[in-house]
Design a protein around this ligand. Structure first.
Ligand code: SF4
Length: 248
């Protein structure tokens, strides 16, 4: 498609933004539309997409919300690597051309928007809440104090914003769409490792199945792309420790 230029150009620097466009109801493959977009040092990929949407092609489909790497909505492939569009600056990509595509390993809804329903339903299967008969609040409820060491066991894993980037980077998910995936396995670990929780055996049973934890072959790409500093590959290894009896 011909390259269009933003009328709001105020910066001397411009980047060519290539946006994958497709509607699975009509198209068998994506086409790329190209736009010339001005940017400053702080312009994010999401800013550039929204500039295109406002001034050049309002049909571009993109999902976003918080614009501060908290909601996890704007995950996409940016120059081939899964990332949050609101958390990726054009200036840091060091490229005259930025290509944005929908995340791998999810069904495409349209353009840059993928269907995350499968990830959320697998996440729910992990029972992502504290299981403890004492978790009902009553008149006798007291604080459940934890030591810093006990908190350290799970705290990084509670930073997951469910953006789905780790599942998108996972080579096992690319070949086995039934694989539970790093996002869900990490959340299983987050609760198993919490000493307030009593649901360890339930969760270990859920993950110890044919499309479960043993399908991970430890590529580690999930941990490389996580925007919140979660290390899903480590969480998966720690969970295996419980199943193999190294951890109690
Ligand atoms: S573990 Fe990281 S990459 Fe995976 S869904 Fe959570 S925040 Fe996103």
């Amino acid at each position: 498609m011909a390259e269009e230029q933003s009328p709001t150009e105020a910066s001397s620097k411009t980047v060519t933004l290539r946006i994958a466009k497709s509607n699975p109801e009509h198209d068998s493959a994506s086409q790329f539309a190209e736009f010339k977009v001005p940017y400053e040092r702080w312009t994010t990929v999401l800013d550039a997409i929204l500039d295109v949407k406002k001034h050049m092609d309002h049909s571009v489909a993109v999902r976003y919300s918080c614009r501060q790497a908290s909601c996890g909505s704007c995950g996409m492939k940016i120059n081939g690597r899964p990332g949050l569009a609101c958390f990726t600056k054009i200036s840091e990509l060091n490229s005259d051309v930025v290509t944005v595509e929908p995340m791998n390993n999810y069904p495409i809804v349209r353009d840059l928007v993928v269907d995350l329903e499968g990830m959320f339903s697998t996440h729910k299967k992990m029972k992502p809440f504290i299981i403890n008969e004492e978790s009902e609040v009553t008149a006798n409820t007291k604080e459940f104090l934890q030591t810093p060491e006990q908190v350290e066991e799970y705290i990084q894993f509670s930073n997951c914003i469910k953006c789905g980037l780790c599942n998108s980077a996972c080579p096992t998910m690319a070949t086995d769409s039934s694989f539970l995936g790093p996002q869900a396995l990490t959340q299983a670990y987050r609760y198993v490792a919490d000493n307030r929780d009593k649901g360890k055996n339930e969760r270990l049973k859920i993950i110890d199945e044919s499309h479960g934890i043993w399908r991970c072959h430890f590529a580690g790409s999930c941990s490389q792309v996580c925007p919140k500093g979660v290390d899903p590959a480590m969480g998966i290894q720690m969970l295996r420790g419980y199943l193999l009896g190294f951890k109690k």
